[in-house]
Design a protein around this ligand. Structure first.
Ligand SMILES: NC(=O)c1ccc[n+]([C@@H]2O[C@H](COP(=O)([O-])OP(=O)(O)OC[C@H]3O[C@@H](n4cnc5c(N)ncnc54)[C@H](OP(=O)(O)O)[C@@H]3O)[C@@H](O)[C@H]2O)c1
Length: 323
């Protein structure tokens, strides 16, 4: 089968379109013919092996896994002996640790759900990591409730475009932080208020927030505290590689430490694929409450070019790869 692989860490030059064996499946896995995948900043970590601490997981000198890409949508071609929830022919979407940029992938039945009936494969592939991160961060870590004031910092990218819609679906009053060119986009997703970060610093504003989802990490925990309500919560998803060894973990640790001494909660967060949460996303999508935003679509052979675009940090929604 055709797949994008990398045998060393580095720039997008390390990515190669190769012919490799179709993966074997374990008892709890599905073999999926991938029709579309989407890219995430997570792929940058996989490809570059940065921050260096991540190499403990990904491989010290070179990547343990040759494949790349996490988000996928496609058709089930075979199921493992222990699979109970899916059968051949099902159309699914979900997440793998690596290897979604390939014609076939082996994926745990716990990390996929049936594809929303109203989405194409391209649209469904845009959902997994961005949708799941937003849902778990706002609902499980943020405890979002109707009527709360919620700020989404980084509202126009892969996570933020879902977060704005999901926060609205939970009945929150949403403030979206984005640049001038994305104001109309985030308004169309339901944002009640918009802060243009090129003109205004939201941490210096008068409005107070019950919940802040921070996908950017460009303001200190102390600055963010200033605009959090007395019992407010800041959930941080950002992965900016500010520190060579620890990456975002350094800022996350500082934030968690501060949280011990103040009334507000500061929560570092990492999403985990769960079938039940993908099913919740499917319900929200089929009910018309959430819809993926696709910036651009590339064929598999242009994966490196697509990743370079995402690496620049200015995607509007998701970058999709068709396979
Ligand atoms: N913890 C987890 O489980 C988890 C899961 C997924 C993602 N993440 C992390 O979350 C972050 C966001 O992911 P993503 O998929 O949304 O990335 P993305 O798609 O690359 O996000 C890019 C967006 O960020 C906006 N942006 C850049 N600088 C900004 C600023 N100063 N203020 C507000 N918006 C700004 C850009 O808008 P402009 O073009 O207008 O600048 C662009 O729309 C990444 O750091 C990623 O590593 C974490």
């Amino acid at each position: 089968m055709k797949a994008i692989v990398h045998d060393e860490y580095g720039s997008t030059d390390v990515l190669k379109l190769a012919e490799i064996d179709t993966p074997a499946i374990k008892d709890n896995e599905l073999l999926v013919r991938v029709r579309a995948a989407s890219l995430n900043p997570y792929d940058w970590h996989l490809r570059t092996g940065k921050p260096l601490l991540f190499r403990v997981l990904f491989g010290l000198r070179k990547p343990k896994k040759r494949g790349i890409g996490a988000d996928l949508a496609g058709e089930v071609k075979a199921v493992g002996a222990g699979v109970t929830q899916f059968r051949s022919g099902d159309e699914v979407y979900g997440e793998v640790e690596a290897g979604a940029l390939a014609e076939y992938v082996a994926v745990s039945e716990d990390a996929v759900a049936l594809k929303p009936t109203n989405l194409t494969f391209e649209q469904a592939a845009a959902v997994p990591m961005g949708g799941l991160t937003s849902l778990q961060a706002l609902r499980d870590k943020g405890g979002i409730r109707p009527g709360q004031t919620v700020l989404i910092n980084g509202s126009s990218g892969g996570v933020g475009t879902f977060a704005v819609q999901i926060a609205k679906a939970f009945g929150a009053e949403v403030t979206a932080v984005c640049s001038t060119k994305n104001i109309e986009l985030v308004r169309s997703l339901g944002a009640d208020h918009v802060v243009d970060y090129t003109r205004e610093d939201f941490t210096k504003g008068e409005r107070r927030y019950d919940l802040m989802l921070d996908n950017v990490g460009n303001h200190s925990a102390t600055a963010c505290r200033r605009v959090l309500a007395p019992k407010g919560v800041r959930v941080a998803t950002f992965g900016s590689p500010e520190n060579t060894w620890l990456g975002p973990l350094a800022a996350m640790a500082r934030m968690a430490l501060l949280s011990l001494f103040v009334g507000q909660k500061m929560i570092p967060f990492s999403a985990k694929p769960r079938r039940a949460d993908f099913e919740t996303l499917t319900e929200m999508i089929e009910a018309g409450k959430v819809s993926p935003v696709i910036d651009r679509t590339h064929p598999l052979a242009e994966a490196a070019e697509a990743m370079e675009y995402l690496d620049a940090g200015h995607a509007r929604g998701k970058v999709v790869i068709t396979i």
